[in-house]
Every structure is written in C-alpha cells, then in structure tokens.
Ligand binder design. Structure first.
Ligand SMILES: N[C@@H](CCC(=O)N[C@@H](CS)C(=O)NCC(=O)O)C(=O)O
Length: 310
C-alpha cells in the first residue's frame, strides 16, 4: 500500500523519464493520470498550485520536479544506483543540460514538425487550440528558439551524444546507466512518438537510436491504476511525513510563511509554512480540505523561495 504514486500522463516526456527510472529500479508503483492542461483541481489539492507534470506522492509527502523525484526514488530503492561510481560527478550536470537545453530544442520542434494531433491523437481541434493557449500562458516570458534555431541546436546536441556513444559504450557515461541516461532519453523518446519528426530528425544518429532502445528496454516497472480521488484519500489518511528540518544558516526561519515557485515556466507560487530547508531541498507544509496536512517538496536548483512576511 506504500508504493509511490506517480501523477503523470502518457505523452509527457518528463513523466517518461521517471517511468523509465521506476523500470530501471524494478519498482511497483501506482499511476494517477492527470489532465494535460489546466484546470487540475486534484493536482492543486496535493501540490498547492504547482501545475507541472509529473509529481510523486508518497503518503502525505508530495515531491515536485523530476530532479528531486529521481533522488527520492534513488533513496527509496538504492540498487541499481542512479549515480554509479563511474559517472557520479558528471551525471547530474549532464542531466540538468538534458532537462533544459535538450528538452527545449527537441520537444517544441517535434510538436511543430509532427503536429500536436500526432501526440494527442484523441484530441478534438477545440482541445488542441485550448492546449496551445495553455502552453503559451505557461511559458509566457520565456525566450524560446524558433524552429530554425531549434533544429540547429538539436543537430548540435544529438551530434554531441552520437560522439559520446562513439567509443561503443552502452550508456552515456560508461557501462552502467545513470541519471543522465534517463534525463536524455525523454527527448528522443518524444521525437520517436511522432513518426514524421523522427524521420526528419533522427536518421543521422544510429548510435543514439540504439542507445534509446537500450534505455527503453528497462520498461516502466509494475504500475497499477489509482484515481486522483483515491490518491487524495491516501494523503489525508497518511498521518505522518518524511522527517525534515530547516537549516537556520540558509536564510529563512523554520515555521515562517513563504512561497516557492519555479524560475523558468509554470511558475505559479505555492504558499506554505517552511518545515524543511537544506542546500538541495525545500519543504512546505500546507493544509488542504481534501488532502489534509501535506508536505510539498521542491529541489533548490531551478526554484525560488520568497518570505511572505519579514
Ligand atoms: N523541471 C520540471 C519540468 C517538468 C515539465 O516541464 N513538465 C511538462 C510536461 S513533460 C509540463 O509540466 N507541462 C505542463 C503540464 O503538464 O501541465 C521537472 O523536471 O519535473
């Protein structure tokens, strides 16, 4: 019953990154399908306003952002590790590049080349229009490459990866997979969902394509479906949280009212009481009438904490 709960949807690349990590670790998990766009009332009941996909729930602890989620899964199931000795120093750096630069070169371009209907095949024209408006609002203010730029960026990036795999290594940092493999894999996975984009973008990179298949072969672990209402009931009934503490040297007082927001896009602030703070994690406590007393965790990198009162 304590299996982690992944809130995600099938076409989400960042969700695929986490599904592959769950497969790599051979974990059993519960799967809640979330809406692909706002409104997301059951998401917000758990996260307090964070709308991005995916997020991970363990009882009444909610983990936002895949960088943090993967660290949590690595703690929960340390073998096989996401930071094996051979790649431990470089892997997070490469993963961060994959989650940002590579993702933004690959994903909008794939949608542009293949059309959103290819990715959301069941969607009506009205739905696709609303989807486009939702994503435009979510990334307002973000400077994004145009299609010609993205194509050039992507050709450079995929060329780098092809070169990295050129010595015949099985995974990007050696013989063992690491977090960077899963962070990178979401982009070619997404491109391959669109046959038109895949045919245009991937043929020059045979080693990358063979590697994509090796990573895909880890599968997704063993998932069982859960409704979002049942996930809310799991949180409300948990009665405990993962231990956390505020490091007083890091600029914020334990118990103070703060907000946390992403710095790039989907930056809706989440208000709460500060109950955990370290160099790599911030934890807010909030109470929701349906989810109960929830601890919402964010990584520090890519997020901002603001004090609500001095
Ligand atoms: N840095 C975040 C990025 C997550 C992200 O951008 N997810 C996309 C889907 S793959 C998203 O949230 N799209 C809007 C939505 O699902 O509402 C992470 O690693 O989790």
């Amino acid at each position: 019953m304590n299996d982690p709960i992944l809130h995600h949807y099938p076409a989400s690349p960042f969700s695929e990154k986490v599904r592959l990590v769950l497969g790599f670790k051979g974990l059993a998990w519960r799967s809640v399908t979330v809406p692909v766009m706002m409104p997301k009332p059951d998401v917000v009941a758990l996260t307090g306003g964070y709308r991005r996909t995916p997020f991970l729930q363990i009882g009444a602890d909610v983990y936002c952002d895949t960088a943090l989620m993967c660290r949590v899964l690595d703690r929960l199931a340390p073998q096989p590790p996401l930071l094996p000795a051979a790649g431990a120093a470089l892997a997070p750096i490469l993963a961060q590049w994959a989650d940002s630069a590579l993702f933004w070169a690959a994903v909008p371009l794939t949608i542009q080349l293949g059309g959103p209907a290819g990715l959301l095949p069941e969607a009506s024209p009205e739905f696709l229009q609303a989807f486009a408006a939702d994503r435009a609002a979510m990334s307002a203010g973000l400077r994004r490459p145009g299609p010609h730029d993205a194509r050039a960026h992507l050709a450079n990036y995929l060329g780098w990866l092809e070169g990295l795999l050129g010595d015949g290594r099985a995974f990007v940092l050696g013989a063992e997979p690491c977090i960077a493999d899963f962070a990178i894999a979401q982009s070619p996975w997404f491109i391959r969902r669109s046959p038109k984009a895949a045919a245009l973008l991937l043929p020059p990179y045979p080693r990358l394509q063979a590697w994509t298949e090796r990573v895909a072969a880890f599968g997704h672990g063993s998932a069982s479906e859960l409704t979002s209402g049942d996930a809310l009931a799991v949180a409300a009934g948990a009665g405990r949280h993962a231990p956390c503490r505020v490091d007083p040297s890091l600029g914020f007082d334990a118990g103070s009212d703060v907000t946390v927001n992403a710095l790039d896009y989907g930056a809706d602030p989440v208000p709460g009481r500060l109950v955990g703070l370290s160099l790599d994690e911030v934890v807010l406590e909030r109470v929701d009438e349906r989810a109960g007393r929830v601890h919402v965790h964010f990584p520090r990198i890519g997020y901002q904490i603001k004090a609500l009162r001095a």
